[in-house]
Design a protein around this ligand. Sequence first.
Ligand SMILES: [Zn+2]
Length: 55
Amino acid sequence: MALEGRCMRCKENREMKDVKVAPTARGTFMARGKCTVCGTNMAKILSKEQAEKLK
Ligand SMILES: [Zn+2]
């Protein structure tokens, strides 16, 4: 399961590793992971459809 997010350190879109998906209070989902290049923590808001695909 590959998920891309914006890495603040690389200033590029990077693949996330160690992704964990958690629901938020607003009914959306948040993916948390690390940049595969530099290891910086990344977070990305997911739609429900995206979150379902990651399970
Ligand atoms: Zn990075």
